[in-house]
Every structure is written in structure tokens, then in C-alpha cells.
Design a protein around this ligand. Sequence first.
Ligand SMILES: C[S@@+](CC[C@H](N)C(=O)[O-])C[C@H]1O[C@@H](n2cnc3c(N)ncnc32)[C@H](O)[C@@H]1O
Length: 221
Amino acid sequence: MPKLDDRLKAVAVQIRSRVHADIGSDHGHLLKALLTSGRIERGIAIEVNQRPCENSRSTLVGLAADVRLADGLAGLSPGEADSLSICGMGGELITRILETHPERVPPDLVLQPNRRPDAVRRWALQAGFHLVDEQLVVGRLRYVVMRYRLDRSSADPAYDAMDHEAALLFGPLLIQRWESQLQGVLLDEYQYLKELQQRTEQSQHRLNVLAKLLRLKGLLD
Ligand SMILES: C[S@@+](CC[C@H](N)C(=O)[O-])C[C@H]1O[C@@H](n2cnc3c(N)ncnc32)[C@H](O)[C@@H]1O
């Protein structure tokens, strides 16, 4: 797929639908890659800022895409898109966008928070979205890419028999797969948190949850 870094490539492979909306499209590269590779038939780019909106417009010229200047889901009608992505923002901003117009949120979502993925996971649990895939992308920075599907028929099975707090902080499907890459990331974070001279309430909580998880998995005495 053209012009995508590893983070957006990991997002793109999670998307296949008829009409897809990308909120915070910025450069517009994700929608261009999805359209030119045939993963979607039509794209809707939504940007709250003028300059990135113009950038999206110029990237998507000649393709089956609308580019709209709007704040989040204010730019999308209910039922208009089959899926949406929100990438490269903090977890709190992503959830604010989703909570502002719940009736406009399509049934398939790909969310890539740069920080606080736990905020997104908490939102999905209460909004009735099940986590169907979760990928860790490790480069200069670390990202998690989460794919959700609306299913209000039952509680999300991804959290069955899991330490709920560990699942919220570090990802239920990532913990279930327990790949060596995640183990390395979590051991590094444990070492970092342990060596901090002073910890906030939040970092102490993270350290406690992480230590419990690593012990359970046999990586700590
Ligand atoms: C850091 S960029 C990420 C761009 C792209 N999604 C990516 O992952 O590479 C965040 C973009 O989201 C846009 N944005 C932030 N809040 C938004 C909102 N409420 N509605 C639409 N766009 C928003 C910003 O203008 C910016 O272009």
C-alpha cells in the first residue's frame, strides 16, 4: 500500500468495507491506500482543521472520496458509513469523538490510540463493541491497533477469565496471545516503572497490575 508507515499499514489491513470514514484524516494517505488497493469502495475523510482538510482533498482528488471539514462525527450521517477509523490521537480524544454522537458510530471500527488505549477499551465495553483483533506495532514508538465490532448480545468474550485491570491496561487479546514482542515491551516497562524515583498514583497502579501479570505468566518471581 502506497505511502503508509508500519503503523498505518497495520491499520489498513484491518479495514475491508464498502463505505469507510476516516476521522482526523490529516494527509489522507490511509483512505488513498484503502481506495487504490480496493479494500473499500468509497471513503469519507473528516478533518476538524483547515490545512489537513486541504491536504486530504489534494491526496484524494480523482478518487471515490468525500472530504469534509467537521468536528468528528458531526461530519457523518447515521448509517452513512459501514466502518470508521480514528488513528494517531490520544485515547481520551478518540472516546470523546465516539461519545459525542453515539448514533452515528458505524458497527465496525479500527481505533489506534497513541496513548491511553485503556480509555478506548473502557469505552468499547460500555458501548457494546467486542474486540475482534488487537495488534501491537513496535517501532520508534509503540502503538496498539484495535478492531471492534458492535455486538450488544453478550459481554465481550475477550475479557473472559482475564485479570480485568491487566486486560484494560495491556490488551486482552495481546495478553492471550502472549507473544515474545509483548513480553519484551512489558518487561521493559516494568523495569522503567520500578526504577522511577517517584511514582504518580497512576504509574504505581500500572506497576502493581504489571507485576501481578508478569508473576502470573512466570516472568517474575
Ligand atoms: C496526529 S494527526 C493523525 C493523522 C492520521 N489519522 C494518522 O494517524 O496519521 C490527528 C489529526 O486529527 C485531526 N483531528 C483532531 N481532532 C479531530 C476531530 N474532533 N475531528 C476531526 N479531526 C480531528 C487533527 O486535525 C489532525 O489532522
